[in-house]
Design a protein around this ligand. Sequence first.
Ligand SMILES: [Zn+2]
Length: 87
Amino acid sequence: MVVETIGEAFTLGWRVTVRCSYGRSDSPSSKSSRECNYRNELDMETLVWTRGKAFPLSRLESRLRCPRCGSRNVVVLFQPPRSAAAG
Ligand SMILES: [Zn+2]
């Protein structure tokens, strides 16, 4: 089964974590490391409320912005519930 929308992920009880990866790309010119490693778990239900259940998971990453540094360079991690896999 392929989960493609946040509505499906919400129904299945998935959890979503977003991690900011701003400043990860090492550029030799800038010596000051302004990295941001902020990460937090998002509320899947709120995402469905705001985006609609038909919103594709693949587009979520490009819609999010880090609340700490404002960067769009974020990584979204989806975690299916353990109970579904282990039984
Ligand atoms: Zn950030």
